[in-house]
Design a protein around this ligand. Structure first.
Ligand code: HDE
Length: 725
C-alpha cells in the first residue's frame, strides 16, 4: 500500500489555535544550545526510533485479520516498550513544579565583592531556567497546598552553571542536614495509609515540629499567607543560607540572595486556597504559563545583603544558622539586576522534569559557608539525581548542560552522549599533550576559598544556634492585624487536624514562647485552657548524653522589634497587570459600558473574562453579540481576582435569578476582593450580602474599580464582617 499518511494528515489536520510557546523566537546562548535537540513534527513523516518511515500506526501485525499478533512486529514492540518506561521516579521533595526560561540582566556591577562574570559585567545577559515547586506533594498534587515554594534558578553563565536553589521563605525548619529525612518523613503522607496528600495538617508533622523548637521561626512563616501565594509570579525568593562572594583579590564577603517580584508579594485566603485546589489544581502552573504566553513576563529584582568578613560575629544570631534572617533594617538589600521569564518550555518532561539543580553548582566568585544545612545539601543533590535521572551523565541532558563545551576525564556510564576523541582519559598525560589543561586562578580556574579551620572534630550543635524564638517573635510582631489573624487561624486549622491531644498541647505550649495571645487564641479554638505563662521547651535535637541544659533553647531579644519587609501589607499595590477580572453578564447587558470597562482594564494590563450562565454569545442591549469566555457552571469565583457587574437593568434583574452568580460575588466579597457595580446593577447588589465600601465600588467609576483591584485584597473587611459563601 502506498504511504499516504502525510497527505491524510493534511486533509484532516486542525492546527491548534493555542500555539505552544508563542515566544519561541527569543534567542540566547542557551536557547541556541537547546535548539540542537529540539524537533518539530509539523509536515514530517512519522518514523520509528531507528528513522524508518511508518505506514500504519493503528494496527499491529497479525497472522490473518483475526489472528494472533506476531512477535516480529518491531513497530508495536518499540511503541509499547517506550511507553512502558515513560515514568522516572519523581523528586523525593519538590516533586510538583512548573518552570520557564528567561534571562538575567545585571544593572550594577558587584566587582568589588565577586569576580563572577554574570555579577560584574553589566553588558551580559545570562540565560536562566527557573523551576518553582511545592515541597510535600506528589507530582500530580494541587498547586494551592499550604506549603513552602521552591524557587530554583539555573544561570547558564559563560563560566559554567550557577544554581541558586532557593525557596520563597528566607529560612528553614532545621539547622542541620542530619534532620532533613526526619522532617520530610514527618510532613509527607503518613507511612501506613499514604494520607494526607500535600498537606502538613496531620499528626506526624505536628509531632515532629512540636519536638523541634528550632523549627519555630519557620513554622510561623509556613502558617502565614506566604505559604498560599496568589501566583508564583507574586512571591519572593531567597537563597536562605549565607554564601560567600570572592573577589579577584581573593577577599571574601558574606552574602544572602533575595528575589523581589515586581508585581509585589500577594497571597490568597486559606478558604480560597482549599477551593482552588478542587476547581483548578493547576492554578499556579496555568497562571505562569498563560502570563508568559500573553507577554506578561514575570520579573524579579535580584538583591544581595552583604556582610564584611570582619563583621561575621557582630549579630546576636549566627550567620551560619539557616533558621535566621538578617533583618533588612540591619543590612539593607542592594538591588543589582533583574530576572525576566519570557519563554515557556517546549516539553515539560524534557525540561521541567529533567532539570537537575544543585546548590553545589557554583562558579568562580561564589563559595560556600559552613552552614551545616548547606553542607549536607551539597551531598544530597547529585546523589538524588543518580536515582532520579539514572546516570552520572545527567549533566548532558540538554536542559542541564552548560553552554560551555565540557572537557575532562570523566568517561562512560549510562546514556553517555559525548564522544571523547583520542586515547587519553587521565591527567597528568604526555600522550595527549597534557590536555585538557588545568586553568590557573588568573585563567578562570575555580579555587576554593581558603578558610582557616582549627578545631576538634565534634558531633555537636553550636551554642550560637540555640536561640529559637527571638526571630519568630520578630516575625509575628511585624505582621499586620489581618496577617496575625491568618496565622492564628492557620495554626488552629492545622492543629485541629492533629488527632493526638498531647501533641496539640505541646505545640500550644511552645507557642507561648512566641506570643501569649497567639497561644491563647489557638488553645481556645482547640478547646483547651489557655496557658497562663510562658512554658520553657525541651530541645528535641539535644544529644542523649549531653550535660543537662547544655543544648536547651536560649532566650534572646529579637534583633529588631519589627521589620517592614516581613509584612505583605507593605508590598507593591500599584498594578493590575495580568490580574484576571470576571465580568458577569446575561442578555441585555449594557454594551457601551462593557466596551469602556474592557478597554480600561486591558489598557492597565489586566485581563477580562466574560462569564455568563451558558457558553456562546450574549445579546447586548444594542443588538451586538459578546462572546463568552467562561460559564457559571465551568468556572468559580476563586479563580478570579475581582468581579464587575455591568448595567442594563434587565440584565441585572436576570442575574438576581442566577444563584451561582450570587454565590460568585458573595464569595468574592468573603475573600476580600475588589467588586465593581455599575449604577444600574443596584438590584443585583441588593440581593447579595455585600456592603459598599472597602473595595466594593458602587459609583460605577471604572478608574476606582481598577485602583481597588491593584490593592489586591481588603483583608480588614473579613475582620469586620464574615458572610456565608
Ligand atoms: Fe532541597 N532537595 N534539600 N532544599 N530543594 C531537593 O534535589 C535537600 C533545602 C530545594 O526544582 C532534592 O533535585 C536536603 C533548603 C529546591 O528541581 C534533594 C536539604 C532549600 C528543590 C534535596 C534540603 C531547598 C530541592 C530533591 C537539607 C532552600 C527543587 C530533588 C539539608 C534553600 C529543585 C532534587 C527543583 C530539591 C535535598 C533543604 C530548596 C533530595 C538534604 C534549605 C527549590 O536533593
Amino acid at each position: 500500500m502506498a504511504n499516504n499518511s502525510k497527505s491524510l494528515a493534511g486533509n484532516t489536520s486542525i492546527k491548534s489555535t493555542k500555539q505552544p510557546n508563542k515566544n519561541s523566537d527569543i534567542t540566547n546562548a542557551k536557547a541556541e544550545d537547546l535548539s540542537r535537540n529540539t524537533v518539530d513534527a509539523s509536515e514530517q513523516w512519522m518514523t520509528t526510533d531507528q528513522g524508518v518511515r511508518i505506514n500504519d500506526d493503528h494496527n499491529s501485525l497479525k497472522a490473518g485479520d483475526r489472528g494472533p499478533s506476531l512477535l516480529e512486529d518491531f513497530i508495536l514492540r518499540e511503541k509499547i516498550t517506550h511507553f512502558d518506561h515513560e515514568r522516572i521516579p519523581e523528586r523525593i521533595v519538590h516533586a510538583r513544579g512548573s518552570a520557564a526560561h528567561g534571562v538575567f540582566r545585571l544593572s550594577e556591577s558587584l566587582h568589588q565583592y565577586t569576580k563572577a562574570g554574570f555579577l560584574t559585567d553589566t553588558k551580559r545577559e545570562t540565560p536562566v531556567f527557573v523551576r518553582f515547586s511545592t515541597v510535600a506533594g506528589s507530582r500530580g498534587s494541587t498547586d494551592l497546598a499550604r506549603d513552602v515554594r521552591g524557587f530554583a534558578v539555573k544561570f547558564y553563565t559563560e563560566e559554567g552553571n550557577f544554581d541558586l536553589v532557593g525557596n520563597n521563605i528566607p529560612i528553614f525548619f532545621i539547622q542541620d542536614a542530619m534532620k532533613f529525612p526526619d522532617l520530610i518523613h514527618a510532613v509527607k503522607p503518613e507511612q501506613d495509609n499514604e494520607m494526607p496528600q500535600a498537606a502538613s495538617a496531620h499528626d506526624t508533622f505536628w509531632d515532629f515540629i512540636s519536638l523541634m523548637p528550632e523549627s519555630t521561626h519557620m513554622i510561623m512563616w509556613a502558617m502565614s499567607d506566604r505559604a498560599i501565594p496568589r501566583s508564583l509570579r507574586m512571591m519572593e525568593g531567597f537563597g536562605i543560607h549565607t554564601f560567600r562572594f570572592i573577589n579577584d583579590k581573593g577577599k571574601s564577603t558574606f552574602v544572602k540572595f533575595h528575589w523581589k517580584p515586581l508585581l509585589g508579594v500577594h497571597s490568597v485566603a486559606w478558604d480560597e486556597a482549599q477551593k482552588i485546589s478542587g476547581k483548578d489544581s493547576d492554578f499556579h502552573r496555568r497562571d505562569l504559563w498563560e502570563a508568559i504566553e500573553e507577554g506578561h513576563f514575570p520579573e524579579w529584582q535580584l538583591g544581595v545583603q552583604l556582610v564584611a568578613e570582619e563583621d561575621e560575629h557582630k549579630f546576636s544570631f549566627d550567620l551560619l544558622d539557616p533558621t535566621k534572617i538578617i533583618p533588612e533594617e540591619m543590612v539593607p538589600v542592594k538591588i543589582v539586576g533583574t530576572l525576566t521569564l519570557n519563554r515557556n518550555p517546549d516539553n515539560f518532561f524534557a525540561e521541567t522534569e529533567q532539570v537537575a539543580f544543585h546548590p553545589g553548582h557554583i562558579v568562580p566568585g561564589i563559595d560556600f559557608t559552613n552552614d551545616p544545612l548547606l553542607q549536607g545539601r551539597l551531598f544530597s543533590y547529585t546523589d538524588t539525581q543518580l536515582s532520579r535521572l539514572g546516570s552520572p551523565n545527567f549533566h548532558e541532558i540538554p536542559i542541564n548542560r552548560s553552554v560551555n563545551t565540557i572537557y575532562n576525564n570523566h568517561r562512560d556510564a549510562h546514556m553517555r552522549m559525548q564522544i571523547d576523541k583520542g586515547k587519553v582519559a587521565y591527567t597528568p598525560n604526555s600522550m595527549g599533550g597534557g590536555c585538557p589543561y588545568l586553568a590557573k586562578m588568573s585563567e578562570g580556574g575555580f579555587t576554593s576559598h581558603q578558610e582557616r579551620i582549627d578545631s576538634y572534630k565534634v558531633r555537636n550543635r553550636s551554642k550560637s544556634f540555640l536561640d529559637h524564638f527571638s526571630q519568630a517573635i520578630m516575625f509575628y510582631q511585624s505582621q499586620s492585624e489581618p496577617e496575625k489573624q491568618h496565622i492564628k487561624d492557620a495554626f488552629s486549622f492545622e492543629l485541629s487536624k492533629c488527632t493526638i491531644p498531647g501533641i496539640r498541647q505541646r505545640m500550644v505550649n511552645n507557642l507561648t514562647n512566641v506570643n501569649m495571645d497567639l497561644a491563647g487564641y489557638i488553645a481556645g479554638k482547640l478547646g483547651i485552657p489557655a496557658p497562663g505563662t510562658i512554658i520553657p521547651v525541651f530541645n528535641g535535637a539535644r544529644p542523649a548524653d549531653a550535660d543537662s541544659g547544655d543544648y536547651d533553647s536560649i532566650y534572646l531579644d529579637p534583633p529588631v522589634d519589627r521589620s517592614e519587609a516581613l509584612s505583605m501589607a507593605n508590598t507593591i499595590k500599584n498594578t493590575i497587570k495580568s490580574r484576571c477580572i470576571a465580568v458577569m453578564m446575561t442578555d441585555g447587558v449594557d454594551a457601551a459600558a462593557f466596551t469602556l470597562l474592557k478597554k480600561a482594564i486591558t489598557a492597565a494590563g489586566g485581563k477580562v473574562k466574560v462569564i455568563a450562565p451558558v457558553l456562546g454569545d450574549v445579546q447586548a442591549n444594542d443588538g451586538t453579540s459578546i462572546p463568552i469566555d467562561e460559564t457559571l457552571f465551568n468556572t468559580a469565583s476563586v479563580l478570579h481576582d475581582a468581579v464587575y457587574i455591568l448595567g442594563g437593568e434587565e440584565h441585572a434583574k436576570a442575574l438576581v435569578n442566577e444563584p451561582d452568580a450570587l454565590h460568585f460575588v458573595n464569595e468574592q466579597y468573603r475573600h476580600c476582593k475588589a467588586i465593581g457595580f455599575h449604577k444600574e446593577a443596584a438590584a443585583f447588589l441588593k440581593a447579595t450580602y455585600i456592603k459598599p465600601g472597602d473595595g466594593v465600588i458602587t459609583n460605577g467609576k471604572v478608574e476606582d474599580f481598577i485602583n481597588a483591584v491593584a490593592m489586591h485584597r481588603f483583608w480588614d473587611r473579613e475582620m469586620a464582617r464574615k458572610v456565608p459563601a
